[in-house]
Design a protein around this ligand. Structure first.
Ligand SMILES: NC(=O)c1ccc[n+]([C@@H]2O[C@H](COP(=O)([O-])OP(=O)(O)OC[C@H]3O[C@@H](n4cnc5c(N)ncnc54)[C@H](O)[C@@H]3O)[C@@H](O)[C@H]2O)c1
Length: 387
């Protein structure tokens, strides 16, 4: 199958736009040897938004109901960019209809659901992928190579955070992300899963954790038509909705390989537009990353002479094949959208070659186990083990 026929569900949302662009763009940079994709259907339930969709994927069907895409025999891949609460139901229906599935994070509301999805896909030999795009920036392949080569020794401590301020302002309007019916685990499934994906990619499985989830602002005005973090101008006539899922969490964890983790994330860090960092401390050295310098790692190694030791800046550049496909010079920066382009290319290559690539639903399941453990631990106020 050289050309994969794709339906993008939630076509006019943020991720729907990015995924649709990514399928059309990846051959330009990454070539066609791993196959190509054609977006043949865009599904959008919001009629106002759907009216604008036709130009995004010329010739694609514009559908209102996701079931029509899932049951269409002329579609190979179902790409789910819908709110979190729909991921499980739609993914399951798509797998049972024999489709490959690329689902945005979090894969499901619970680890049990994620396990079921991974098992169905395995039994049917279908390709799966979860949209944990951030680690697909080539800079993180470099981090993984450095760790795998033993350059920083045995990992002892992993520290990471991800903060935004979309809900820093108490008057920022209510959205589906704050509704436990639509996003049952709140920031833990939304942002925590990004940090957990770095943990899975760089360190390994988590064996236990203790989490303190919290809500900062308990009610928000319902005001439509505003972007992330915009302040509502109140008229006094709006309704107010309860925030029913966590705004943030602080977590201690232990990894199966003996490393310890210290993780925090939130949507209420006033002033932090997007703070994403990790630090990996090993017995021979360490690595440090911040999204503010999106293609740069800092490496410290005990191999350097005493008196000359310090963090060395390494920019991933054209010596990396994936980076070179986009840019001929280092430090011109590959950002978020390029990570999604790389991800889309990998999804298509997996389908055409039959070789699944991380993060499949197996990784998605472990990440959902971590989410489950955070919710349970915070409720109990105790450490929780992960099988
Ligand atoms: N990987 C990442 O970095 C990343 C970033 C943002 C969001 N996400 C994930 O992507 C998913 C979508 O998030 P978003 O920010 O794009 O949301 P969004 O609100 O911008 O888009 C969701 C779209 O789905 C549509 N929709 C809702 N219910 C529908 C239904 N039943 N049928 C068809 N269309 C429907 C909405 O009208 C909207 O256009 C979420 O699961 C989120 O967690 C991932």
């Amino acid at each position: 199958m050289a050309e994969v026929r794709v339906a993008v569900l939630g076509g006019s949302g943020w991720m729907g736009k990015v995924h649709t662009m990514a399928y059309q763009t990846f051959p330009h940079f990454l070539g066609t040897s791993g196959g190509t994709a054609r977006v043949v259907a865009l599904v959008e339930s919001n009629p106002n938004a759907a009216a604008d969709l036709a130009f995004r994927a010329p010739g694609a069907k514009i559908l209102n109901a996701w079931q029509d895409a899932v049951n269409d025999p002329d579609i190979d891949l179902i790409d789910i960019c819908l709110p979190d609460n729909l991921h499980y139901e739609v993914t399951k229906a798509a797998l049972l209809a024999g489709k490959h599935v690329y689902c945005e994070k979090p894969l499901a509301d619970t680890a049990a659901q994620a396990r079921e999805l991974a098992d169905i896909a395995k039994a049917r030999g279908l390709i799966t992928r979860v949209g944990h795009a951030f680690p697909r920036n080539p800079v993180h392949d470099l981090a993984r190579e450095i760790i795998a080569a033993g350059e920083i020794g045995q990992i002892k401590l992993f520290k990471a955070c991800q903060h935004v301020d979309m809900y820093g302002d108490p008057l920022a309007p209510y959205m589906w992300r704050a509704d436990a019916n639509l996003a049952p685990t709140g920031i833990v499934g939304d942002t925590g899963t990004h940090v957990f994906s770095f943990m899975d990619f760089l360190v390994g499985r988590v064996s236990s954790l203790i989490a303190d989830n919290f809500i900062v602002t308990h009610r928000r005005p319902v005001v439509t038509g505003l972007g992330y973090g915009e302040q509502a101008v109140l008229t006094g006539t709006e309704t107010w909705s309860d925030v029913t899922n966590p705004d943030g969490s602080n977590i201690l964890c232990k990894f199966v390989n003996g490393a310890r983790g210290l993780i925090d994330f939130s949507r209420v860090a006033t002033g932090r537009k997007f703070l994403q960092t990790y630090e990996v401390y090993g017995t021979k050295g360490s690595l440090s990353y911040t999204y503010d310098e999106v293609n740069r790692l800092r490496l410290y190694t005990n191999e350097d002479a005493v008196g000359r030791r310090g963090f060395r800046e390494i920019d991933v550049g054209p010596e990396n094949e994936t980076f070179r496909a986009f840019l001929p010079l280092p430090n011109f920066a590959l950002g978020y959208n390029e990570s999604k382009i790389i991800e889309a290319a990998e999804v298509i290559r997996s389908i055409t070659t039959g070789q699944a690539l991380w993060p499949t639903f197996e990784a998605g399941h472990h990440i959902c186990q971590i989410v489950d453990a955070c919710m349970e631990s915070s409720r109990l106020g105790a450490w929780v083990s992960i099988a």
